[in-house]
Design a protein around this ligand. Structure first.
Ligand SMILES: Nc1ncnc2c1ncn2[C@@H]1O[C@H](COP(=O)(O)OP(=O)(O)OP(=O)(O)O)[C@@H](O)[C@H]1O
Ligand SMILES: [Mg+2]
Length: 273
C-alpha cells in the first residue's frame, strides 16, 4: 500500500527513538481582550534522524508549531520534549531557518554564518574553521569574505543553511526556507538539503506550502487543518533513498504527490462543508 494513514503513520516507526515529542499542545494567542486559537490538541512524535514535513493552509499554525518546538513561543496547554528534555527556551541543539535568509548586509557571509558565536558565546577560532568547512560543503567557499548582496537568493539561503548548522544541531526546524526561490533553484536546494541531511543524520521538521517538495524530502507528511490547526492526516512517503533529481520524474513520486494532494483536498473539503 502506498499510503498509510493516521494511527499507523502517526509514529515514526519502532526502530527510531523519539527526538521531538509534542504532546496534546494547544496554543492561544492573546489579542487585547480576545484570544485566538492557533493550535488545538496537537500530538506528534518525530523520530531521531527522521525527516517530517508539515503542510496546511495559510494561518493554520505551522510557524506557531515550529516556534513552540523551538522554545521561542510557550504552549498554552500540553508539553514539548526535545531529545528527552522539556523545552523551556532556545537551545543550541536546535538549528532554525526561516522563509527569508535574514542575513546582516554589513557582515561578510562568513561573519553571518558565525552569528551564533555571539548568541551562544562560542569559541570564535574553532567556529570559524567549522564555518569555512560548511561554506565549502554548500559550494560557497569562494564567497566567504564577500557580502550577502553579492549573492543570489539561493546562495543566500545556502549561507543561512551554514549558519543553522554551525553548532552541529541534532534538530533542524525549517519554516518554508525555499518558498521565495524559483522552481529550479528550489529543486536544486532540495537535492542539496537531502545530501547534507544524509551526511549529518539530523532530525528535521520542515514547513512548506509545496506538496511536491514535502513528498520529495520527507519520510512522513503531516497535513494540518485550517485554524485552529489540528493534525488532519499523516501520509508516510514510500520513496526509496537516496533521492535524486531522477526521483522527481518517477511514477512512484507522482503517485505519492497525488496521495498527499488528495489528503490535502479532503481536509480542505471537510472545512468547506
Ligand atoms: N505573535 C502572534 N500574536 C497573535 N497572533 C498570532 C501571532 N503569531 C501568529 N498568530 C496568529 O496565529 C495563527 C497561526 O499563525 P501562523 O503564523 O502559525 O500560521 P502559518 O500556518 O505559519 O501561516 P503561513 O502559512 O501563512 O505562514 C494566525 O491566525 C496568526 O494570525
Ligand atoms: Mg508560517
Amino acid at each position: 500500500m502506498l499510503v498509510a494513514l493516521d494511527a499507523q503513520a502517526q509514529a515514526p516507526g519502532k526502530e527510531r527513538a523519539a527526538a521531538i515529542e509534542v504532546d496534546s499542545v494547544s496554543k492561544r494567542y492573546r489579542l487585547g481582550e480576545e484570544t485566538l486559537a492557533a493550535l488545538e490538541d496537537i500530538s506528534l512524535v518525530v523520530g531521531e534522524g527522521e525527516f517530517v514535513s508539515l503542510i496546511g493552509p495559510s494561518g493554520c499554525g505551522k510557524s506557531t508549531l515550529l516556534n513552540v518546538v523551538a522554545g521561542l513561543v510557550p504552549a498554552t496547554l500540553g508539553r514539548v520534549r526535545v531529545l528527552g528534555n522539556d523545552m523551556t527556551g532556545p537551545s543550541r541543539r536546535i538549528g532554525m531557518m526561516f522563509q527569508s535568509p535574514v542575513l546582516l548586509p554589513w557582515r561578510t557571509n562568513l561573519d553571518n554564518v558565525l552569528l551564533p558565536v555571539e548568541v551562544f558565546g562560542l569559541d570564535r577560532r574553532k567556529s570559524a574553521t567549522r564555518a569555512r568547512e560548511l561554506l565549502q560543503l554548500v559550494g560557497l567557499a569562494a564567497f566567504a569574505d564577500r557580502y550577502p548582496m553579492e549573492l543570489s537568493g539561493g546562495m543566500q539561503q545556502r549561507v543561512a543553511i551554514c549558519r543553522m548548522l554551525l553548532c552541529d544541531p541534532a534538530i533542524l526546524l525549517m519554516d518554508e526556507p525555499f518558498a521565495a526561490l524559483d522552481e529550479m533553484s528550489r529543486e536544486f536546494m532540495n537535492v542539496e538539503l537531502l545530501r547534507i541531511w544524509e551526511a549529518l543524520r539530523s532530525t528535521v521538521l520542515f514547513v512548506t506550502h509545496n506538496i511536491g517538495e514535502a513528498v520529495f524530502l520527507s519520510d512522513r507528511v503531516i497535513v494540518m487543518s485550517a485554524r485552529p490547526g489540528r493534525i488532519a492526516r499523516v501520509v508516510r512517503v514510500e520513496l526509496p533513498r537516496p533521492r535524486t533529481k531522477a526521483t522527481l520524474s518517477s511514477d512512484t513520486f507522482f503517485h505519492q504527490v497525488t496521495a498527499v494532494r488528495k489528503a490535502f483536498d479532503e481536509t480542505a473539503d471537510r472545512i468547506a462543508s
